[in-house]
Design a binder for this molecule. Sequence first.
Ligand code: SF4
Length: 426
Amino acid sequence: MSSYYIWTIGCQMNKADSADLAARLDDLGFIPAETVDEADVVVVNSCVVRQSAENRVLAKLDSLARPKRLRPEMTIALMGCMVGPEADELMRRFPHVDAFVSPGRASELVEIASRRPVDRIVVHEAPSRPPCAYVTVIEGCDNFCSYCIVPYRRGRERSREMKEVLLQLEELVAGGVREVTLLGQNVNSYGHDLPGGPDLADLLGEVNAVSGLERIRFLTSHPKDMSDRLIQAVGSLSKVCEVVSLPVQAGDDDVLRAMGRGYTSRFYRELVERMRDEIPGVALSTDVVVGFPGETDEQYRRTLDLLSGVRFDSLHIAAYSPRPGTAAAETLEDSVPLSVKKARLREAEELQRGIAAEINGRLLGHSVEVLVEGEKQGKWHGRTRTGKLVFFRQDADCLGQLVDVRITKTSPWSLQGDVSRHRHEG
Ligand code: SF4
């Protein structure tokens, strides 16, 4: 029996692609390996959105040269955003890599893997399936934000037919999945390219009716595509969790314009107000880039103002790094020194730490519903509907169950508590 090992870095789309690939390999009789040394097929699922991610992929690929020398029969494949239309340079640089597969072409990778002779040993039992799954509903992005490589690597937006998504969901639920996250780089523009033009609100309505499913999330939304109809759907559909990921990127209008984001800071703040009116208790997360070309201290302060004004539940901050081929990299000088970018990043993180500590602190003593996702070192963990990570101790196996946990300790990043009630088997 052959075994596989998948190394993944980057966004949820990459994680979903890896999970999808793993499921297809499982169906073919492959077995997951715990390390590269135990695997017949090694897949590196890459990300180049940031320089730091790219560096880690390059280091991973370099580290595979030795195992390949020792076991030339192993198959090494690189997939994901690093594989652009031109793979010649990659092929030269990594002669030990057998296959280069661009995003969304996982089926070809399955075919490459399945051509292998059947051999090897059973490495370990397949792990039990987690209760949460990611399902890509729209690929690619049409937005061409000036700093972003995604549209060049993942192509234009392509929505999956609603019935195809629903079929996949029913299969997942039959296999034990209780929570689904619908994915797209720009998920809230779902459907505009399909006949009849359904939108994400329509899709959420259909998914909400899938019996056996408990929770629905969706990632990542572009502020300009966050329609009132969608906001109302999130507020009214019982299974759709009250959590929205809404990257703002910057708080200054000139920076937003140079980024090509298509909205102003005021538009964003008003959108947040509408969402908070329509979706009681909504948790918001956002992404911010600091040190965009030409960003002055005053402009950066407007980002801080926005963060303290909106008070997000969670925040992902990145220092700008130019991605070759993007408009910003080609036309704008990367003028903010690295030391300034790092200082801005640290300051924004510090601000967010205080905000998240205060928001999470309000949950102390309250009971929250948690879908249990796994166990590590004697502690179970899962998430609230609003996406907060909760740890608790319990002897009995409760994977995939919905439990009520009374919160006894909070931090900016996670919560701890005691089980107060098991709702029902998931
Ligand atoms: S919306 Fe902008 S930042 Fe997001 S994937 Fe598309 S181009 Fe990139």
